[in-house]
Design a binder for this molecule. Structure first.
Ligand code: SF4
Length: 234
């Protein structure tokens, strides 16, 4: 995983900062002198605004050539739960918001079924610009972009990350691209991302094509609910 974290241009913050912030959130924020975060007291919104502005003209990968909008992410900055998809589709590219097309409507229903709303969670993607024709992001595109997501995770600092689909799972947990993690095998099993609990499940787009798999996805989300102490629906 080291190559992933050794891409200084792809990230404002390093792994040490992620771990330090996680520890400081559990204990106190007094030992942040060495962090790249200049002002630990700045709000999450301020930190995310800095991050967003840092790549508002990003051209680090070829996806910048065809995008209409960079889709940064949206939701509750104080959330305990973050969803990560693979990349924007056409509607997301038009609106500059994640998961607002058909897949997004299903994701909203999934979140609602957990007793939550989209305002309770934060949603982002592996790549911030739309891959043409909704193809999967290429390895080099994901590598160029994922540092932004890593910084978002660091700032938002959720308790649980739900990876939506194979692309999200693989580029978050196996960013060197050497080993392919199977979503069918790993869905519903807890994974670790430097101290963050990660639960992979199926991507809503896959569920739209394979509605029989919705029951499995619901079982996965119930695991998340249990971990968060949310009341299970009767
Ligand atoms: S996908 Fe990410 S790295 Fe590529 S141009 Fe867009 S913001 Fe930059």
């Amino acid at each position: 995983m080291s190559s992933f974290f050794n891409n200084p241009k792809a990230s404002l913050f390093g792994l040490d900062d992620i771990m330090m912030l996680k520890q400081s959130n559990k204990k106190d924020s007094s030992n942040m002198e060495n962090s790249n975060i200049k002002d630990i007291n700045s709000s999450k919104k301020e930190q995310l605004d800095i991050l967003r502005n840092s790549f508002s003209n990003c051209n680090k990968c070829q996806l910048h050539e065809t995008r209409k909008n960079i889709v940064f992410g949206s939701g509750n900055l104080e959330t305990r739960l973050m969803f990560i998809g693979e990349g924007p589709g056409a509607e997301e590219d038009n609106q500059g918001l994640p998961f607002v097309g058909r897949s997004g409507q299903l994701l909203t229903k999934m979140i609602n079924a957990m007793g939550l709303s989209r305002d309770d969670v934060y949603i982002a993607n592996i790549v911030k610009c739309r891959p043409p024709s909704n193809r999967d992001p290429l390895f080099e595109e994901a590598q160029a972009c994922i540092g932004y997501l890593r910084s978002q995770i660091q700032i938002i600092n959720p308790e649980i990350i739900v990876c939506l689909g194979s692309i999200s799972l693989n580029f978050l947990l196996q960013p060197d691209g050497k080993t392919k993690l199977g979503i069918s095998k790993l869905r519903g099993t807890w994974q670790d991302f430097y101290g963050y609990k990660v639960l992979p499940t199926f991507h809503p787009a896959y569920l739209l094509r394979n509605p029989s798999k919705k029951a499995d996805a619901w079982k996965d989300l119930q695991l998340v609910m249990k971990e968060l102490g949310l009341e299970q629906p009767k």
